[in-house]
Design a binder for this molecule. Structure first.
Ligand code: ADP
Length: 498
């Protein structure tokens, strides 16, 4: 009703056929149980569409289709053809960019301007990047045969059937992060989207079909974590599982995957420190800190949710941030002027609302925001907490909402103390540093326990640059050449030349 963006006819068409089906063995099929669930528009709380709910028997079916493809049609596709299919898929996403952006906004709530500017272009780039890798996967010759008459070499073979479980914060982009490297290296995939945001992955399935991937190479299922997700993790013939989501579920997945010693890669939660030194360029640092926490309503695993600002500049930085944050235009994502949308679901809304309450109870002071909005939709205003102590709940736990805990630091060296505090977390996904002193920037970047450190920028991502966690933020690196390791296994071959 609030939509100022006119709905793309392809989205209308897509939403007509309900319930949306699972994509298994190259066909759109109903779940074997026939059960369905609804996906909700978080801006209104109203239902968008129903989708089939996959369970264990659908996972079994997908594994069979994937195995058939792996041994059959896919094994005959050359690397160059694989690359071409990935590139074609990128072209198709580009052609369907507006429809995909709208589905993303309807289902997840994110502002359409962000879906258009971030989610879709990054997805396109990602597939193009991995299209290039398909022809560049190579083993090596270990040329130490002198005196032994042996010839040895390695091959990098695909793992086989891989399971991929993704979250709801960047539904399409998370699917592409998972699919790009797995397909470039010749694997077959069963991907489960998040139950809150199933739509763009189903739309993507259509494009995957059109791009020419043989049936069964990519299977996309929609369903819940403890049923369909757990069935992927427990299936003995799925040899690898890649998961992005909460640390809590990551632990469960690792325990369950131990049952069949499945390879595991995990990209989990964070409580990333963002550190502003007094010599920072504030014209960059202030917008950077705001974007670092409020982008995607703070529903970002690497969100800069612990903001450390040097005491000397704390008041000025916070007052600028507060004045900007309080003017952010919050509303339905489909309104083109919206800068901050609703949270994804009622559940997230109540989780984040509890953190706001807890922050205030423990003595933190919201300079702006602090109260959930009333009325339809799951809106939490951008919130900046001051008077935060390191031990408070809001400074320790991942909130996954537009809520930042701002804390002053004060040390002579301007380094040792703040690094200790920044690293004093079980998480280690990302960190930000704002300073114009090159030596300090490198020193701090080296000392931070995080898989990514952004200096004078935040949330920068690129298909070529590895991303992943330290400590309980997970392990394994997606993107770049590093992701190829997750999806290949090395075989050493010895040839006796005697
Ligand atoms: P959030 O708490 O932010 O919703 P989760 O970590 O619960 O994030 O969910 C991320 C993904 O993991 C979703 O696709 C969800 O369905 C799936 N999931 C949740 N629980 C399990 C589980 N026990 N086993 C496998 N997958 C799960």
């Amino acid at each position: 009703k609030i939509a100022t963006v006119s709905i793309d006819p392809r989205v209308e068409d897509f939403l007509k056929g309900e319930p949306k089906k699972l994509f298994i063995g190259g066909e759109f099929v109903e779940s074997l149980s026939g059960r369905t669930f609804n996906t909700i528009n978080p801006a209104t709380g109203e239902r968008i569409a129903s989708v089939y709910e996959a369970d264990k028997e659908d996972v079994n079916r997908a594994v069979e289709a994937a195995e058939r493809a792996f041994k059959g049609s896919w094994s005959k596709v050359t690397p160059s053809e694989r690359g071409r299919m990935l590139w074609k898929l990128a072209d198709l996403i580009e052609e369907h960019a507006e429809a995909l952006a709208q589905l993303e906004t309807l289902d997840n709530g994110k502002p359409i301007r962000e879906a258009r500017a971030v989610d879709i272009p990054l997805s396109i780039d990602h597939f193009r990047y991995y299209a290039g890798w398909a022809t560049k996967i190579a083993g090596e010759v270990i040329d130490n045969s002198v005196g032994r008459n042996m010839f040895t070499y390695t091959r990098r073979e695909p793992v086989g059937v891989v399971g991929q479980i993704i979250p709801w914060n960047f539904p399409l982009l998370m699917a592409t992060w998972k699919l790009g490297a797995a397909l470039a290296t010749g694997n077959v995939v069963i991907l489960k989207s998040a139950e809150q945001t199933p739509l763009s992955a189903i739309y993507l399935a259509k494009l995957i079909q059109e791009a020419g991937f043989p049936e069964g190479v990519v299977n996309i299922i929609t369903g819940y974590g403890p049923t369909a997700g757990a069935a992927i993790v427990q299936h003995p013939r799925i040899r690898k599982v890649a998961f992005t989501g909460s640390t809590e579920v990551g632990k469960l997945i690792m325990q369950q995957a131990a049952g069949n010693l499945k390879r595991v890669s995990l990209e989990l939660g964070g409580k990333s420190p963002n550190i502003i030194f007094p010599d920072a360029d504030f014209s960059k640092a202030i917008p950077g800190a705001l974007m670092g926490i409020f982008f995607n309503q703070g529903q970002v695993c690497c969100a800069g949710s612990r903001l450390f600002v040097h005491k000397k500049v704390f008041d000025n930085v916070l007052s600028d941030m507060t004045s900007y944050a309080s003017k952010l235009k919050q509303g339905a994502g489909m309104d083109e002027s919206t800068q901050i949308g609703p949270l994804v679901s009622e559940e997230q809304f109540s989780r984040v609302s509890n953190y706001l309450r807890k922050g205030i109870e423990e003595g933190a002071n919201p300079l702006t925001g602090g109260q959930p909005l009333e009325g339809a939709g799951y809106f939490i205003p951008p919130t900046i907490f001051a008077d935060v102590q390191d031990h408070m709940t809001i400074a320790k736990e991942e909130i996954f909402g537009p809520v930042v805990a701002a804390m002053p630091f004060d040390d002579e060296e301007q380094i040792a103390d703040v690094i200790r505090r920044a690293n004093n977390s079980e998480y280690g996904l990302a960190a930000g540093v704002w300073t114009t002193d090159v030596r300090k920037a490198h020193k701090v970047a080296h000392a931070l326990e995080a898989g990514t450190v952004w200096v004078n920028c935040y949330n920068a991502l690129d298909a070529a640059v590895p991303f992943g966690g330290y400590k309980q933020s997970g392990f394994g690196r997606e993107m770049g050449s590093y992701a190829l390791e997750l999806y290949t296994q090395v075989k050493s071959i010895w040839m006796n030349l005697d």
